[in-house]
Ligand binder design. Structure first.
Ligand code: GLP
Length: 236
């Protein structure tokens, strides 16, 4: 694991964009695994800038997102599809047809999960997976549990996750109680993993996840077993 500690969110965002930009330059038709949450927003802004300047070209890139709230469709401004469109996709030259987010409104979420995993396999797997980390150590929406779940699956959100994500909704009651998330298999099979964690609020969970034991009750700790992980942590 490469652990990079920086002073500011701007440095974090620039370094993360350097790594993603390099991936796209080295393999223009790569598969990027993308994440939502507030942490990657600065990274996406950097990538938009670089795309405008012509240094990073998304025209051949395919993206697969980690997760989506159950019951929110892409027109809902709290959905992760909406987030990705408005934080990145609408501002770069990516082909929208090649951007994938799990469908949280699928009638059969089990089938949706299986189809999502198959699609990732058919794409040849993920070249670089970007991750944030939740306050309880979740990645995507893989919440603490007695065992790791491999496949894309529906998950009940933890109280702490609902509280943490309530800041994006009108009130806590509006936060969906379940989500569909890529499981640990597709994440761990990504060729490279990049996790961004921002600020003192993430300090304890970053320490636990990357310098403590591997434990499904701290889902991000499994990343310690991956051969090519970079963690960028900003102190402030
Ligand atoms: C959500 C997302 C996660 C993300 C987490 C942390 O729960 N499903 O993928 O890592 O939020 O968000 P933030 O970066 O805003 O702290």
């Amino acid at each position: 694991m490469t652990f990079i500690e920086v002073e500011t969110y701007e440095e974090l965002s620039k370094k993360a964009a350097d790594i993603i930009g390099a991936q796209v330059i080295l393999k223009p038709n790569c598969v990027l695994g993308l994440a939502t949450g507030s942490s990657p927003v600065g990274t996406y802004q950097q990538l938009i800038e670089r795309n405008k300047q012509g240094t990073v070209d998304f025209s051949k890139v395919t993206s697969v997102n980690l997760d989506e709230y159950v019951g929110l469709d892409g027109t809902n401004d709290q959905s992760y599809r909406y987030f990705m469109d408005h934080q990145l996709f609408n501002f770069v030259n990516i082909d929208k047809e090649k951007t994938h987010v799990p469908n949280g409104c699928a009638a059969d979420l089990k089938a949706e999960g299986a189809a999502y995993d198959q699609m990732i396999k058919d794409l040849g797997g993920i070249d670089l997976q970007l991750l944030g980390i939740g306050p309880d150590g979740h990645i995507g929406f893989n919440e603490p549990a007695p065992v790791f779940t491999a496949e894309t699956h529906e998950v009940a959100l933890e109280e702490s996750t609902i509280k943490a994500n309530a800041r994006f909704f009108a009130n806590e009651d509006e936060v969906p109680k379940t989500a569909i998330t890529m499981g640990m298999m597709s994440i761990m099979q990504a060729r490279k993993i990049l996790l961004v964690a921002n600020g003192p609020a993430k300090k304890d969970i970053v320490e636990k996840a990357f310098f403590g034991p591997v434990d499904p009750m701290v889902p991000a700790s499994l990343l310690q077993l991956h051969a090519d992980v970079t963690v960028i942590y900003s102190k402030n």
